[in-house]
Design a binder for this molecule. Sequence first.
Ligand SMILES: [Ca+2]
Length: 495
Amino acid sequence: MKSILLQLAAALLLAACTQAAELRRPNILFILTDDQSPFDFKFHNPQSTLDSPTIDRLASSGMIFDSAHHMGSFSGAVCTPSRHMIMSGRTVWHLPLSPGAEKCPPRLEQNTIAAVFNRAGYATMRTCKQGNSYAAANKQFSVVHEAVKRGDTDETGSAWHAERVLDYLGDRKAKKDTRPFFINFGLSHPHDTRDGTPELLAKYGAINHKDQSAVPPTNPKQPTLPPNWLPAHPFDNTDMGVRDEKSVSGVWMHRDEATIRNEIGREYACSENIDIQIGRVLTRLEEMGELDNTYIFYTADHGIAIGRHGLQGKQNLYEHTWRVPMIVKGPGIKPGRARGNIYLGDLLATFCDLTGVAPPATNEGISFKPVLFGDKQTIRDTLYGVYNGGAKPGMRSVKQGDWKLIEYESTSSGVRETQLFNLKDNPHELLAEHHDAKVTAVAGTSPTKLQVNLAKDPQHATKLAEMRALLLAEMRRLNDPWRFTDQPDEGLESL
Ligand SMILES: [Ca+2]
């Protein structure tokens, strides 16, 4: 009898220990916005007038990444491959929908974020926009609430997504669910249509502009033009006719100061609303005693131009669009700033590393936990980027240290352009066109201090050759199925 009681006591103790260990496993709150430039935020752009106190607090108490990028897209719907890379940790030419997708293992969705964390005993929940995403992976979350919410009310805007998270947290409390959680808190904004609430639009001097035949009124409360604004992109970048460059409501083909300042005002109104909604969720997590045991990631699926370089959309490889905002805060992470490169495709590996979950064999990302914990400065020396949703081979970029190369080619139209930037000296990637007195006066940049595209500068010919060789090496390493006409042909089939 005594022995049975001892065994029972031991079993109860083991159960209690297991439960305690379960309680100690950290939660993850993964916040993902849609189409948001890092330069919206003061912590990435001191000139920004966006008021985002909650996200700014995350930034000041967590780690900020100054070179977080998505890997690119072979489609005008840049969101779609980006979200595939986030969910699977796969590289851009190794996705189920990539050209040459035979390199992708079958049933990849079983090795995406929610499937991996379900198997590890996490409670998984997702709210996000619907469409232009990775439906098979999204379905793996145990609780899913998807809808496109880009309106100017609580029911039709970002508050709807926050309500879904708050409801979920309420259910969790009611059911006394003690499993660690993985919550994917996605928002449909600030992707167009950028319909802000009346109060926030007024704060940024903007209106929900709907008349394509007129420009909106100017207002001193509107954000100023970005320093790299141009009235038009100076050359055909291989996809000037894509939907985002022509048809976005509020902008259409207009690039004048009034239109762009109003549209950035609308962007800020949507982004401040996102900040408010995040604040509500963080407050609830604090009330529930979960906040200190939660890693919080804040990022976007890609950036956006809104007038910079005369572009409007996400179909380019300038930093405003190729880069994303990125903050990580949580247990053991000291406040700081990481200048080293990461991809959105490194998130899955990092989520796994932080929680002790084994990453799936299909993952190609690299955990940046060593950067978060101060053990390494960077995990990647080199970054590769692609956009070729228009003409082929399209655009490619490579970035290493302060140097960045962008190549453009359309074999159908004969476009062939090269840009070489030193991002330390020319962080806004200014072009010769920014020397124009009118442009610099409006954008507030002194023409005497401008460094521009260095590709044609003989003093930088060696660096140009070095960056071109680096790009070719990355194209080979990542199975890029195209080559530029002045690169080795290598027997690739034309897709
Ligand atoms: Ca997007």
